[in-house]
Design a protein around this ligand. Structure first.
Ligand code: GLU
Length: 457
């Protein structure tokens, strides 16, 4: 069977780096296995789901290079879920409950007062037909719970029932179904919670592996039971650890913190973001991977952290700078053209300045230095100013080339006795307006004779 994974965000906000971790674990896993990747929008919550968010999520994934083989929307597949719900009802596995949220809350409090776990006691199963009719006549609409298979004959006598699976990330896992409440699959207004649509879709699409955050571990016990109730083979499950902020708070799609949109607007390279999203919490160093294929090689679940990993945004700056310093010209050609870097000099320019750029956008500053007007007047002592003016007269003849700087400073050394910093720094300041920057030997031919003369004058 073809390996098939899915990434299933609800389109209720912007993807953050933690969501990207889930998406990439799935994508890279599929890539390594020659499998398929399905993007599924879990948009059954009509109030909070928005098409704009779904479009943005697809664009964010495209930005990191994730190209789904198929995109589905749960809001377009309701008939499938209705069919499954009917089957469960007919088998007596989906039953109507009439408690209001307040009543449920009071039940939980009573259990807590007796030191009992807050597990729903299946009181709705005791209702007679007449009682149900009376409740409906009062205007109550039932929500529907799945009857967990955690009893021998009498559902009111649950007993320990273990569900086991071999987790791709965490190894052997056990969930006791007697420790859980029967999950609500449908709300009183007939809408579905996430659980049933997810299972029906995973079955329908032929999902073979579900890789997701470890906040879903308990859900998996319940979901395996529902897969089986629907005669579907449960997929292999893997639960990775979650990312938190540096101060330990969970990431939220709605807060916008560490969203891919904001990281992109901040000028970060997608591979810097992708590398950190995947490698944090995994064994080995966190390095910037040049592409997703290289990242796929580094992804391994064995030995990965099982507690939450703190995500430090300053690591992104380091990874981004590493990528930019080694970035080939072809990867930035368009962006340099947008900065009005002359195309004839663009490659030489990039190879000269990239080591001085933490972001590709930083090249704009060096483009001004090389091809534009200096944005600041260097502060030089009178002595240095005289030296610079004199240096103007000893510029080598002819077009500037890779040797010009060496010839020029060699002659100046001889003529003035200056050397080292005393020789180079006044020239650097005069030519660039800065006391640091790319190699002047490479920068000088880009600045060219005309601007050099003007800046030394
Ligand atoms: N929409 C669910 C979520 O975002 C998907 C969970 C899953 O992968 O099953 O939590």
């Amino acid at each position: 069977m073809t390996v098939t994974v899915r990434f299933a965000p609800s389109p209720t906000g912007h993807l953050h780096i933690g969501n990207l971790r889930t998406a990439l674990f799935n994508w890279l896993f599929a890539q390594r296995q020659g499998g398929r990747f399905v993007l599924r929008f879990d948009d059954t919550d009509k109030q909070r789901s928005r098409t704009e968010f779904a479009d943005q999520i697809a664009a964010d994934l495209a930005w990191v290079g994730v190209a789904p083989d198929r995109v589905i929307r749960q809001s377009e597949r309701l008939a499938l879920y209705d069919g499954a719900a009917e089957r469960l009802k007919a088998a007596g596995l989906l039953y109507p409950c009439y408690e209001t949220p307040d009543e449920l809350d009071r039940k939980r409090k009573r259990l807590a007062a007796r030191n009992l776990p807050p597990v729903y006691g299946r009181e709705a199963l005791r209702l007679t037909d007449d009682e149900r009719q009376a409740l409906e006549a009062e205007g109550r609409r039932p929500h529907w719970r799945f009857l967990l298979p955690n009893f021998a004959d009498d559902p009111l006598q649950p007993q320990r029932t273990e569900i086991h699976w071999d987790d791709l990330v965490r190894g052997p896992q056990t969930v006791d179904l007697a420790s859980l409440s029967d999950p609500v699959l449908m709300r009183g207004d007939g809408s579905y919670l996430y659980t049933l649509p997810s299972i029906v879709d995973d079955g329908d699409v032929g999902v073979t592996h579900v890789i997701r955050g470890d906040d879903h571990v308990t859900n998996t016990g319940v979901q395996i039971a529902i897969f089986e109730a629907l005669d579907l083979t449960p997929p292999v499950f893997g639960h990775h650890n979650l990312l938190t902020t540096i101060t330990g708070e969970g990431l939220s799609k709605r807060s916008g913190a560490l969203s891919l949109v904001s990281l992109r607007e901040d000028g970060l390279e997608p591979m810097a973001v992708a590398s950190l999203a995947v490698l944090v919490g995994l064994p080995g160093a966190i390095d910037a991977m040049p592409d997703l294929a290289a990242l796929a090689e580094r992804m391994q679940f064995e030995g990965s952290s099982q507690s939450a990993s703190k995500f430090d945004p300053s690591e992104l700056d380091r990874l981004n700078a590493d990528l930019v310093h080694a970035m080939p010209y072809a990867d930035v050609a368009d962006r340099l053209a947008a900065m009005s870097v002359p195309s004839t000099d663009a490659e030489a320019f990039w190879l000269t300045v990239r080591a001085n750029c933490a972001r590709v956008a930083d090249a704009a500053e060096w483009a001004e230095v090389a091809f534009g007007d200096l944005d600041r007047t260097p502060e030089l002592s009178d002595e240095d100013r005289q030296f610079v003016t004199a240096a103007r007269d000893s510029l080598p003849e002819g077009a500037f080339g890779p040797e010009t700087w060496r010839e020029w400073t060699g002659a100046l050394k001889q003529a003035t006795g200056r050397k080292g910093r005393a020789l180079f720094m006044p020239l650097r300041l005069a030519l660039t307006g800065r006391d640091h920057g790319p190699e002047l030997a490479a920068l000088l031919p880009l600045i060219g004779r005309q601007r050099t003369l003007a800046r030394l004058g």
